[in-house]
Write a protein that binds this ligand. Structure first.
Ligand SMILES: Nc1ncnc2c1ncn2[C@@H]1O[C@H](COP(=O)(O)OP(=O)(O)O)[C@@H](O)[C@H]1O
Ligand SMILES: Cc1ncc(COP(=O)(O)O)c(N)n1
Length: 267
């Protein structure tokens, strides 16, 4: 039996809906062995982020080394990285271990507005990590912050995707969850020469805590199995759609998605 392995480098969400917890659940659901390097611990629930406690860059590097030198990883996903120093450390590790199937989810701000990345770290993300990404998965505000393009239309999104590709990411997904017009949510994918569109019915819900993490983790899980990035994005879109469509109804605020929905109910 081949065991596919994926490593997530991200923050811990005590509430279990986003971050490391969402990533490991998603890896498991998609049949991939999950491993983690924690960058920061957050005290968080469905109501918001009550505290952020970053780890040292040294602690992040040590976790990655432990995984790389023993288990190895078929794919790597990054999420909340918090500081420029952690970003540079992660970039060095990715280069050192020659990881190529790397998904960069440029997490910046939690849905409730709490910052998960220091403002001055955006430049480091662009310079050090983005060129190492096979797939980058910004939402609309993150694509705006990385490119300076104000995104209102699909043309604006295509422009931002072109710029992100020029910065070095080989496949750029600009997710459409924050575009709340129309009946559909559309995630745009750019491979440097053409655009494709992953569409699904927009679900009217406030329970979308962790959708971005879940989506990017599903892309990483499928890449770990050796699938093509375009196919990986297709499966990730179906996985997250099912997770949003079958909410768990827990917590008093923006609830988590249902990570076992894709297995239980399919798309
Ligand atoms: N209300 C919704 N209905 C259906 N799909 C959604 C909804 N909100 C987000 N998604 C999907 O969830 C994923 C994450 O999207 P988005 O909300 O843009 O990212 P983030 O969680 O990083 O802010 C994307 O695949 C997007 O299409
Ligand atoms: C530790 C951590 N990482 C990432 C997110 C972003 O969550 P979302 O997927 O809802 O954008 C979060 N809220 N907490």
């Amino acid at each position: 039996m081949t065991v596919y392995k994926a490593l997530t480098i991200a923050g811990s969400d005590s509430g279990g809906g986003a971050g490391i917890q969402a990533d490991l659940k998603t890896f498991q659901e998609l049949g991939v062995f999950g491993m983690s390097a924690i960058t920061a611990v957050t005290a968080q629930n469905t109501l918001g982020v009550q505290g952020v406690y970053p780890l040292s860059a040294e602690a992040v590097a040590a976790q990655i080394e432990s995984v790389a030198t023993d288990l190895g990883a078929d794919a790597v996903k990054t999420g909340m990285l918090f500081s420029a120093e952690i970003i540079r450390t992660v970039a060095e590790q990715v280069k050192k271990h020659q990881w190529e199937r790397v998904v960069v989810d440029p997490v910046m701000i939690a849905k409730g507005g709490a910052p998960l990345l220091q403002e001055e770290a955006v430049a480091a993300l662009k310079e050090a990590l983005l060129p190492l990404a096979l797939v980058i998965t910004p939402n609309i505000p993150e694509a705006e912050a990385l490119t300076g393009v104000a995104i209102r239309t699909m043309d604006d999104r295509r422009e931002a995707a072109r710029l992100l590709h020029r910065m070095g990411a080989r496949y750029v997904v600009v997710k459409g969850g924050h575009d709340d017009e129309g009946e559909e949510t559309v995630d745009l994918l750019y491979n440097g020469s053409e655009f494709s569109y992953f569409k699904s019915k927009r679900i009217d819900t406030r329970h979308t805590h962790g959708t971005g993490c879940t989506f990017a983790a599903a892309v990483a899980a499928e890449l770990a199995k050796g699938r093509h990035p375009v196919d990986a994005v297709g499966t990730a879109k179906a996985f997250v759609q099912s997770a949003i469509a079958h909410p768990l109804g827990i917590g008093h605020g923006h609830g988590p998605t249902n990570h076992w929905a894709y297995r239980q109910y399919g798309e």
